[in-house]
Design a protein around this ligand. Sequence first.
Ligand code: TYD
Ligand code: MG
Length: 453
Amino acid sequence: MPKAKTFFQCQSCGYTSPKWLGKCPDCGEWNTFIEERKETLSSRLDLPVHLRKSEPLHLSSIQANYSERTSTSIKELDRVLGGGVVTGSVILVGGDPGIGKSTLLLQAISGLSKYGQVLYVSGEESPEQIKIRAERLLINTEEIILLSETSLRGILETAIKLAPKAMVVDSIQTIYTEDLLSAPGSVSQVRECAAKLMLFAKRSDIPIFLVGHVTKEGTIAGPRVLEHIVDTVLYFEGDRGHSYRILRTVKNRFGSTNEIGIFEMSDSGLLEIENPSELFLLEKPVDVSGSTVVATLEGTRPLLVEIQSLVARSNLGIPRRTTIGVDFNRVNLLVAVLEKRVGLHLGGMDIFINVVGGLRIIEPAVDLGIIATMTSSFRDIPIDPRIFVFGEVGLSGEVRAVNEAEIRIKEASKIGFMKAIIPLRNAEKIKEIPKLEIIGVKDIEDSLKALFA
Ligand code: TYD
Ligand code: MG
């Protein structure tokens, strides 16, 4: 008998090697190589003839239907997708087990069922289990077809027969194609199945949602491989301890990647949160130092979030610095700026920074908030709860203008904030807003004066 040919493949990025390696030379991950068997069968995709052919076309002769978007009836999801589901697109929804991916997609597919029949393929749950969930979500329509199947061939055969308006494949890790010998969930299988589903979506114009589990390292199994195959990658995040969930775009061929959608997991499924700022500020403590509110922007949407800090004398040789939700290096930089420009002795202090609500803020407009909250905690002086701030801070302590200042200010004023401490350049351009005092500051000394006056 001839020896089975095997090779080793990185389960994170798909790099292959003839021998086992401890560290992937391509993506740098450790311990990700798994032995896989070389495929022996042909891997031609069996599509019906009318879906198989493809001819060269004049660019000018093509009618782009990408602008054709279908609403899922879930506004938060539509926004993250860039305004609805694009015909023939493949959307990967990643997230930890139990976060609510199946719930979200059952609700989405139910919204899409008003345009016709839709298909929900599950490789993980039985139709009875899905029915129980649907009852909880009060979904009861004739148009949803359930299929419990893990073979790609079977799924495609059903999809071709039914020609649904949209379909969900839950999850890509449970699906396998007979063309490959490796186990379901391995990089080769996941990649091959996703690629075939992608081809099918493009040829048939059926949009497909794929569920992708996140591995314990925090990446969708074979993340890089999948990310460049599909059109859109969404991550569903949130702590188990909290009921709200954030849907974030990581990649989108048909829209912006900065959008987020915010949901709350309730007894009867995911609810959209229309006023997230209010939710994030609900439990903000009053008269406590080390807490401040920043008007930040997530995509096109303004959000007011609380940033907390704890600055305490360290009894370690090297003080501890921990940040949750903001960039660690950015905080270190701002600590240095405060020391040098204002003379705050933060060198021997443990510093902890936390963005409330599990949000992550990457934009520099949060700088002034970090400066404010650290100073407040260090001096143990609370910041007036009616104040909010934003602004980028430079190395010489200057406060720089940020984009979309007006949107941020309006959102804050809507919620009832009364005093804005913002970059001078932004303040000069803002028209007066009733019941809101706007203080433009040019450097951090100015800001601290305004904050602790
Ligand atoms: P699920 O969608 O099965 O998660 P995933 O597909 O990402 O693994 O959701 C699982 C959790 O959501 C489960 O712990 C129960 C909870 N849940 C609710 O709180 N309310 C609901 O209406 C539903 C359907 C689920
Ligand atoms: Mg699930």
